[in-house]
Design a protein. Structure first.
Length: 304
């Protein structure tokens, strides 16, 4: 890559998992500076997550946004250029000065915007405090202070902890939207339709965090249209005692289309209850009806 390939840019730096409100503050500032300077906005992110390359277990943490979702959110924010740098051992081994020279100066950055906790270069030796020195006066710098909500730092780590706890209602205040995952509708055991509650069995796309076992009020996006519904995450203990593989089953309200093999989006609103084993199908049917009513009441208050 050579600087002549790109126009002068204001570059926002970060991994940006979630593209949450803290990230939006960084990108918003980059856009503001770009407008003032009359140049374009660039965002630099990385793939895969550094933990996959740097951790001994080589295990990727669950993500808030897949790369495709991250790209879509960046588009919504009006970013002109998105640079997705492949995070490899070789990249991680770059000295901080090499990173700045090759990836910031090299991409024609005239101003750089980063969060206060941004780090770069081998062993994260480069920080927001060393960026001025490493810039050698070749670009301006804006460091963004931490974004907080109710005294806590808005961070991908905090959002992940809420998802893993099933506290979906706490997420919009940090993420700026409800948490969602994407997946393909696959063939299940088709038991739902026999008890009056047909479900879409969803095979999650992979990287995104699946909320913990339980029943949730959700919205489901199918072919560009949103529907309300309930979604069960779990092992279906009433029918499969001892099973450990999790399934994701969404019962979509007022919906009767065949959607096998389609990719749908599930947007998680509230956790209604934990998963439990019932003493028979009738007890299960009664509980699903209650769950559905709880979700309908929740959405009616949301839509006021």
């Amino acid at each position: 890559m050579h600087s002549m390939d790109f126009p002068p840019l204001v570059m926002a730096l970060g991994y940006f998992d979630g593209v949450h409100l803290g990230h939006q503050k960084v990108i918003g500032e980059a856009k503001k500076v770009a407008d003032e300077l009359g140049i374009k906005t660039g965002v630099m992110t990385f793939d895969p997550h550094p933990s996959l390359v740097l951790s001994k277990e080589k295990k990727q943490i669950g993500l808030i946004t897949s790369l495709d979702t991250k790209i879509a959110e960046m588009e919504k924010l009006g970013v002109d250029y998105l640079f997705i740098i492949q995070f490899t051992k070789e990249f991680a081994a770059l000295q901080p000065q090499q990173f700045v020279d090759q990836y910031l100066v090299g991409l024609h950055a005239k101003h750089v915007v980063a969060g206060f906790d941004y780090s770069y270069g081998l062993r994260a030796a480069g920080t927001s405090e060393t960026l001025k020195e490493h810039s050698r006066g070749q670009f301006g710098i804006t460091i963004i202070s931490k974004e907080t909500f109710e005294g806590e730092k808005v961070s991908s780590t905090l959002i992940r902890s809420h998802i893993n706890a099933g506290a979906m209602e706490k997420i919009p205040m940090l993420l700026g939207r409800y948490y969602s995952i994407h997946g393909r509708v696959i063939h299940g055991d088709k038991r739902g339709r026999t008890i009056g509650f047909p479900t879409a069995n969803v095979e999650a796309a992979g990287e995104e965090i699946i909320p913990p076992q339980g029943v949730y009020a959700v919205k489901v996006l199918v072919d560009g249209k949103w529907y309300e519904g309930v979604c069960n995450v779990g092992t279906k203990p009433t029918f499969h005692p001892g099973k450990t593989v999790q399934s994701i089953e969404a019962h979509i309200f007022d919906f009767n289309q065949e959607i096998y093999d389609k990719t749908i989006t599930i947007e998680w609103h509230i956790r209604i209850r934990s998963e439990k084993k019932f003493n028979g199908i009738q007890e299960l049917v009664e509980q699903i009806a209650k769950d559905k009513q709880t979700a309908i009441e929740y959405f009616s208050t949301l839509n006021v």
